[in-house]
Design a binder for this molecule. Structure first.
Ligand code: CU
Length: 631
């Protein structure tokens, strides 16, 4: 077995194999069981903090299995040093995620069903090999025959004959309801045939490629400015550990910035912890269309192998990632995580108008990213680290907007015609990012800052006053907040025990950007399962098992788990280990220009130092070399 260098290093192939073997040996499961997750069990924080190179540390795998014969989900922990199954339990009333192998099998089950074949034939489809059935997690709608069973709700397309676009020709209103456990279709929901759009949209470049695209190279003749040691990345002042698991994909640990010779922590752990994409068409079976891509499927298992010059440009350092199939066999994703630096325009500049002297520095940023292709959609998860201490978080959404067929060429009230015969419905991509904060240490607190215009009068005689109002959000209930354009509200995480040279508490500020509120009614079944989406900002007191804002097992869950449940305790947040959860909602009505493949749309936010440093920490960035004839 290869040796991990640090407690937070992701599991490698040998460790995945060993964990699976331990569960097979000691888990008491029969041979119908399969592996949902084999991933690093989050190491004990104290042990991570006391880590020193060469010192022995524990190594554990979290494993989740689903046993078909009994319809039971199990999870537990394998001690990889001893091979012992340390903990193992049946988790009552939950359903494991739908993993990639099961997703494919669900389609095969539907295509073999005589009722579904007949429904396709009634639509003129005879070659079932051309039918794509995606078994989407069924949610929890309280419908007869579904409670307690392992159900998937099928969405269907007729694939292009040349295989160029599996989603090109939607078979609307036809939904096989699949019992994934018994391998059978329990019913076919048929809301009436809709003409299948013509085979026009292919994902191929057009004839007559534009001819004026000259080579554009990124040259770093002395190599990149970062160093990599195992999964530790050092870049200029930054220090970041790269992690990965099959559920969340990229995970970052120990984010810290070196200031005056001192490594100052900012975050202990950061990840995209959950996401949900609810669609807004209430007709037929489309109300069931929503995807918790992380908690119901797992974005990490679908990370793409990346290609130099195509996905990434410049001097790239890739990290492979280890996923696994449902038999527990490891699967290496080559070049799954991309690390590189980018020029980012101007960092700072001042032209002294008295003597004409110009001072300036160019900005560059360190980029860590991975791209997950999950069904029709493609999500790029990007993390940026800037020289001035700013951290950027960005999702790049591309791929194929979910297409459905329409009987006429008029857009429905719930969507937009994006190609002949193809309607694509309004939906929202809602991401929940989790940040285990460590601003100058583990004892932090939350402040909300907003601005107000006092009434005109003695205190504001000219009507220009902008008064800052800073409020402590001292408990978990107080810290459930939404954005507000009128007050320019934002939140910061402070360290009550650390101060800058001005006597201010050191802090990092969460800087929102694109966002939206949900249109789901709070009592809607999907909303109950995704309570996190009703607040842009949450903060909780750290608890080791609170990693996922819709709970560990959102698949078919009745709802209420995760953030809404934990925060009922209303735990204090002053001078505590604070975890911040930020909801990023991208509201999307597809355009014709999003077809056949959507140009990348960007949604993100930043963390910005606010009094964390004594002054601009990037004043030590050297001027560009003289060859550039400036500065
Ligand atoms: Cu979208």
């Amino acid at each position: 077995m290869s040796l991990p260098l640090h407690p937070c290093d992701p599991l490698d192939g040998d460790e995945i194999t060993a964990a699976a073997a331990a569960v097979r040996r000691s888990g008491g499961l029969d041979d119908t069981a399969w592996f949902e997750t084999i991933a690093l069990a989050e190491p004990n924080k104290a042990e991570v903090r006391s880590f020193a190179p060469g010192r022995a540390f524990a190594r554990r795998a979290f494993v989740c299995c689903y046993e078909r014969s009994s319809n039971r989900t199990f999870d537990g922990v394998v001690d990889l040093r001893s091979g012992a199954l340390e903990a193992w339990r049946h988790v009552p009333g939950v359903q494991a995620r739908i993993v990639g192998d099961e997703f494919l099998e669900g389609g095969r089950i539907a295509r073999a069903d005589s009722r579904f074949i007949a429904a396709c034939a009634a639509r003129g489809i005879t070659d079932m090999n051309q039918v794509l059935v995606e078994p989407w997690a069924a949610g929890h709608f309280g419908l007869a025959g579904e409670a307690g069973e392992r159900i998937a709700y099928g969405h269907c397309w007729l694939m292009n004959a040349d295989g160029s676009n599996p989603y090109g020709r939607p078979i609307a209103n036809l939904h096989p309801v699949i019992d994934l456990r018994r391998g059978a279709v329990i019913r076919v929901d048929d809301f009436g045939a809709v003409p299948i759009p013509p085979e026009e949209p292919v994902i191929a470049r057009k004839q007559g490629l534009r001819g004026d695209v000259k080579p554009l190279g990124i040259v770093q003749p002395e190599g990149p400015s970062f160093t990599v040691e195992g999964h530790l990345v050092r870049w200029q002042k930054w220090h970041i550990r790269v992690g990965f698991n099959v559920r969340e994909g990229l995970v970052l640990y120990d984010i810290a910035y070196e200031d005056k010779g001192r490594l100052r922590p900012i975050m202990y752990r950061a990840s995209m912890a959950e996401m949900v994409v609810p669609y807004g068409d209430p007709t037929g079976g489309n109300f069931r269309r929503n995807a918790f891509d992380t908690g119901e499927y797992g974005v990490g298992q679908y990370y793409d192998p990346l290609s130099l010059g195509c996905d990434c440009l410049g001097t790239i350092r890739y990290f492979d990632a280890w996923s696994h199939d449902w038999h527990g066999a490891p699967r290496r994703i080559r070049n799954a995580i991309c690390l590189h630096e980018e020029d980012f325009g101007l960092l700072w500049k001042y032209t002294n108008f008295i003597n004409g002297e110009v001072s300036r520095a160019r900005s560059r940023r360190l980029v860590l990213s991975g791209i997950s292709t999950i069904g029709n959609y493609v999500y790029g998860f990007f993390w940026y680290f800037y020289q001035d201490g700013t951290i950027g978080v960005e999702v790049k959404a591309t791929g194929i907007p979910f297409p459905t067929a329409t009987a006429d060429d008029r857009s429905s009230a719930y969507g937009n015609i994006i190609a002949p015969g193809i309607d694509s419905h309004t939906h929202q991509h809602v991401f929940s990012y989790r940040f285990d904060m460590a601003v100058d240490g583990d004892r932090n607190a939350i402040r909300e800052v907003s601005f107000e215009s006092p009434p005109m009068g003695p205190g504001n005689p000219h009507g220009n006053a902008i008064r800052k109002v800073e409020t402590a959000l001292a408990t978990e209930r107080a810290a459930q907040r939404n954005l507000d354009v009128a007050s320019q509200r934002y939140w910061k995480v402070i360290n009550p025990g650390a101060r800058n040279r001005l006597g201010q508490n050191t802090a990092y500020k969460l800087v929102p950007s694109t966002n939206a509120l949900p249109f789901l009614h709070p009592e809607a079944p999907v909303a109950k399962r995704a309570g996190f989406m009703f607040r842009h900002f949450w903060a909780t007191r750290y608890a080791a098992d609170e990693l996922f804002p819709a709970g560990w097992y959102p698949n078919q869950h009745a709802g209420g788990d995760g953030l809404p449940r934990w925060t009922k305790a209303d735990r204090p947040l002053e001078n505590e280990n604070v975890v911040v959860w930020y909801t990023l909602n991208y509201h999307h009505l597809p355009r014709p220009e999003d077809w056949p493949v959507q140009p990348v749309v960007y949604a993100g936010f930043h963390w910005m130092p606010f009094g964390f440093f004594d002054e601009n920490p990037a004043m030590d960035v050297p001027p560009p070399p003289p060859a550039h004839d400036c500065c």
